[in-house]
Write a protein of this length. Structure first.
Length: 311
């Protein structure tokens, strides 16, 4: 497991177009890139390019060229690949729900053999790869468009085949829209097998510790603690008055950092929890006498501001 596979790339807010940036670790299966913006009022076209590098002379190859164009009646999208400065056979997709002067949300979802694109949460097109996904490491945005936000997200690492578009909400710049900790979320119906818990947030400046707990009366079957003082990540559980033996979760480096975004996923199974951070599975945890239905509270504490908590 390399360092880049565990990094969750910071979002970009209001970049100046044309805009080119490196995709941390390159593209890989399950990666999602969300772009929120506004089409220019007199736009004729704009484009989003997923490139193999950022060279301009010679021009980098473009593995996936997504190019909305605006005619007098309706918008359509041209998709293509640029190889050695030569465009390949283009594909045209009509009926794009994009309008001059209007806001949009684009989601690019990268699978093993193709990229899926949604507009405003609705599936629009599939485009099969003509380049190996691992060769793509640069995002470029060009044309008559204003970009409000670019988010780099990971899909569910356990069941990404369950949905075409895993839920990913646009972020909001600044801390005013984020929820403060401690946060307690009641779970009156308990939990069940195959349930997924998602917690996304932003580590504060000068952090001390972040903890996530699943509680059931006098039992805490799952406690995850990220300790910034000794750079450790640990799992533990409480049964009655007795804590279990803390288990250090081994990672090649400490996966949290001050003023960086993070994503914690917990998949519930009979007798076990599966943990993933920033899209990378980190193991199974099996507290004794685990009763999912009895879990009635999710609690998040410590040095974080939260923008998504889903149970």
């Amino acid at each position: 497991m390399d360092r880049l596979s565990l990094l969750l790339q910071p979002p970009v807010f209001y970049p100046i177009v044309p805009y080119v940036c490196t995709i941390f670790g390159g593209l890989r299966q399950g990666r999602m890139i969300l772009i929120q913006g506004c089409v220019g009022i007199s736009a004729s076209r704009f484009q989003v390019d997923f490139q193999c590098g950022c060279s301009t002379r010679p021009r980098s190859d473009v593995a996936f060229h997504f190019n909305p164009r605006f005619s007098s009646s309706d918008a359509y999208v041209i998709c293509n690949t640029l190889r050695k400065d030569q465009w390949q056979d283009e594909h045209k997709f009509a009926g794009a729900q994009l309008r001059k002067g209007e806001y949009f949300v684009l989601l690019f979802y990268f699978l093993a053999d193709k990229v899926k694109v949604s507009i405003g949460g609705q599936h629009f097109l599939d485009f099969p790869y003509r380049y190996p996904l691992c060769d793509v490491d640069t995002l470029g945005i060009y044309g008559d468009v204003t970009v409000k936000e670019i988010s780099f997200l990971s899909s569910n690492p356990y069941h990404d085949e369950m949905t075409d578009y895993p839920l990913c909400q646009p972020l909001k710049p600044g801390n005013a829209d984020l929820q403060k900790t401690p946060l307690s979320k009641p779970l009156p119906l308990g939990l069940s097998e195959s349930h997924m818990i998602t917690v996304r947030g932003l580590v504060t400046m000068n952090p001390d510790e972040i903890s996530l707990l699943l509680k059931s009366k006098d039992v805490i079957p799952f406690k995850l603690t990220a300790n910034f003082r000794d750079q450790s990540l640990c799992y533990n559980y409480l049964m009655g008055q007795s804590w279990g033996e803390p288990q250090t979760i081994q990672t090649p480096f400490f996966v949290f950092a001050a003023e960086r975004y993070f994503e914690i996923l917990i998949l519930l199974e009979t007798g076990a929890f599966k943990l993933a951070i920033n899209g990378t599975p980190l193991g199974d945890f099996c507290p004794p006498a685990l009763d999912l239905k009895s879990i009635d509270e999710l609690q998040v504490n410590g040095s974080a501001m939260l923008y998504t908590v889903q149970c």
